[in-house]
Structures are given as C-alpha cells and as structure tokens.
Design a protein around this ligand. Structure first.
Ligand SMILES: Nc1ncnc2c1ncn2[C@@H]1O[C@H](COP(=O)(O)OP(=O)(O)OP(=O)(O)O)[C@@H](O)[C@H]1O
Ligand code: SF4
Ligand SMILES: [Mg+2]
Length: 352
C-alpha cells in the first residue's frame, strides 16, 4: 500500500522493520516424532535505517540475516510484521511511503528501482553467458529505460564509477577476478539509481586485501551518491569501519543494537562480547591483552531453539535452572538507542 504525504515524514527513517517474522516449513525427517515443523528463521525483529546511514546486521551463519534481507525486498513473503519504506522526491520534497508487506505487484516493481541487493558470491551471481555490459544494463532493459546507446553510456559511466574500464563491458565474468566481479555486481545494483542498497556479505568471498578495496569503494559510493546501506556480515571486524549502527542477531532474534561507537565501546550482551573477542587487533601489545572468549557448544537447531534466552546453551553467564531458561529476555532500550535482550547485561565479559 502506498501513501503520499506532502508534509515531511514524522520519522526520518528510510526503512522501518517492525516485528518481522519469517517461518519456513521443514520436512518431518528433520524433527523426529513430528509430521511437520517450522524453522523460524526471523523471529520478531525490529530495526530502522535512516537516510544516508549504514546499518549492519551481524551474526553467525544461519541466524537469519539473508532471510531478513529477502523479506525487506519481498523476495520471500514475510510471515508477519511490517516493513515500511520511505522515499522523498528531490524536486517536490514529497514523501512516498510504501508498506512493503502489503505492496501490490506494481508497487513492488516501482520499489525495486529504489532498493537493490548485492550478493555474497560474485562468482554465482553473474550470468557466465552474458557480457559485463549486458549484465549491468539488464535492469534498464527490464524497466524499459533508455535506448541502446543511452544504456551503453550508462554502463560505461558505472564501470568507471566502480573502478573498471568502459571497455570491460565487452568481456565476460570469467575474465575477471573475484574483487572485479563484485565491482560489476555493485555497478549492476546501482544502474537504476537506487537509494537503499542491501549488501549481503559483499566481501566475505574475497581475499582480505581485496575486501578493503571493495569496502572503500562502497564507502566512497555512499558519500558521492548519498546511498543508504543495510550491510550484512558474519563478523564484526568487517563492519567496524563502515557502520553507523550495528544490530547483532542470534538464532533469528536481535540480541543487541546500538550506534557503532557504543557497540564497539560498551557492548552489553554476552554474545556481542564473544563476537568482539574474535575481532583481530592490529597492535600486538593490545592484542596480547585481548580477552579470548570461545563460543562453546554448537549453534542450536533453529527448529527447536532453547527455551527462555536462545543464547543460554552457550552463555557463560546463564543461570540454569533459572530465569535464563524460564523467561525470554525482553529486547529493552537500556540507554537511548542502545537495545539489549539479556537478563544480566554487563559491560564486562565474564570469561577472560
Ligand atoms: N527456503 C528455506 N527453507 C527452509 N529453511 C530455510 C530457507 N532459507 C533459509 N532457511 C533456514 O533459515 C535459517 C536462516 O537462514 P539464512 O540464510 O537467513 O541465514 P544467514 O544468517 O543468512 O546465514 P549465512 O551467514 O550462512 O548466509 C537457517 O536455519 C536456514 O537453514
Ligand atoms: S539472558 Fe542469560 S543466557 Fe541469555 S545472554 Fe543474558 S545471561 Fe546469557
Ligand atoms: Mg546469508
């Protein structure tokens, strides 16, 4: 559903996600004794992203990051919740608000001009039979934008913008390195001039040296084009220098959310402490004093998450039996903008 609003929006947030839930059915063999079961990949999460900011969503493999991204783009149907996207017309300053979960196919088609995704795997996400130029121009062709020569000009401009050569348009994906392919993926995501980019682990498949180059490119593009990012990563080290805000996710739930300086300076959740402990510190003296927190135990099955706090089976602060097993901790705003889901939030990690 779309609404138009001449007055400035009450909220400056470009994207608002409220109580988002996504359940997938799983086969009976996955859960003994039951005919059918559900995996709640995303379990009642809420967050906002303001225009021009980078919100990072961080957590281990399988915690529901990509499912969240796919729900925001409605590439998968959310089970419940609200996802609101706002765009502002640069000329009239009018704000258009789209409720993504109830948007019509036509509204979704318009919406996807404003929201694009860059995938993790630059090898799998580019069609090997298409030239780089055709890959980048494809969304223009789908939306019927420009003629052949205008599209070629746009492709040449974008190739330069992402640090490649206009002549690269005639080459094929196999002729490019991983980092170069990811630049192509970024160019393709930018071709419709979106305002929000969802970056689903955009550098995880790249060598460490190339990761920094692609991260720098993304930050430069954000500055020059005024982009807003939802940046997905499985470890905090990648997002440290790019985030405005960070949300930490565990087994489908958000466990902590704060501005980047607060999250990296005074995290309060035991899981965030564990993720922070695995962030490499470049200074050897400081690194020698770095606390080592090893996450013990396996990630529980998302089809049967632990009762109470989902992190309790791996948490050194957990009371068992006790409140951690009996009651799910509320996601509370302990200080303005700092949200935590833990019965015993603490700035100091329990394990050194
Ligand atoms: N189509 C699907 N059908 C059933 N289960 C699914 C489906 N897609 C995802 N899942 C399950 O939902 C959970 C979350 O998956 P998701 O891909 O969102 O995690 P992720 O955080 O992106 O992980 P990764 O870091 O490995 O990419 C996992 O348990 C996954 O197995
Ligand atoms: S609620 Fe209990 S188990 Fe969960 S993170 Fe906090 S201390 Fe650990
Ligand atoms: Mg993923």
């Amino acid at each position: 559903m779309t609404t138009k609003d001449q007055a400035p929006s009450r909220s400056a947030d470009m994207l608002e996600v409220r109580n988002l839930v996504k359940r997938y059915p799983v086969k009976s063999s996955a859960v003994s004794g039951r005919k059918s079961a559900w995996v709640e990949a995303v379990s009642d999460i809420s967050f906002d992203i303001s225009k021009g900011q980078t919100m990072s969503l961080v957590g281990e493999s399988g915690c529901g990051k990509s499912t969240t991204a796919r729900c925001v783009l409605r590439l998968v149907e959310p089970t419940s919740g609200q996802i609101v996207f706002r765009t502002t017309d640069a000329d009239s300053d009018a704000t258009e608000t789209v409720e993504i979960t109830t948007a019509s196919p036509k509204e979704l088609r318009n919406l996807r001009m404003h929201m694009q995704i860059v995938f993790q795997d630059p090898f799998a996400s580019l069609n090997p039979r298409m030239t780089i130029g055709s890959i980048i121009a494809e969304p223009l062709a789908i939306y019927g934008i420009g003629d052949r020569s205008e599209r070629a000009d746009r492709v040449a401009d974008l190739l330069q913008l992402v640090g490649l050569e206009p002549n690269d348009a005639h080459r094929y994906p196999r002729q490019f390195s991983g980092g170069q392919r990811q630049r192509v993926g970024i160019a393709r995501a930018l071709v419709l001039s979106p305002t929000l980019l969802i970056l689903d682990e955009p550098v995880s498949a790249l060598d460490v040296s190339v990761q920094a180059q692609v991260l720098n490119l993304l930050m430069d593009l954000q500055d020059s084009l005024g982009l807003t990012y939802l940046f997905i990563a499985h470890d905090l080290s990648v997002v440290r220098h790019v985030s405005t805000e960070v949300a930490v996710m565990y087994l489908g739930k958000l466990v902590e959310r704060a501005s980047a300086p607060v999250l990296f300076g005074k995290a309060l959740h035991p899981y965030t402490h564990a993720l922070l402990a695995s962030v490499p510190i470049p200074d050897p003296d400081l690194a020698a004093n770095q606390k080592r927190i090893i996450l013990e135990g396996e990630l529980p099955s998302p089809t049967a998450p632990p009762s109470g706090c989902r992190f309790r089976t791996r948490c050194s602060l957990a009371q068992a039996p006790g409140i951690c097993a009996d009651a799910e901790p509320e996601f509370r705003e302990l200080e303005p903008g700092h949200w935590v889901a833990c019965h015993f939030p603490s700035e100091v990690s329990a394990t050194a």
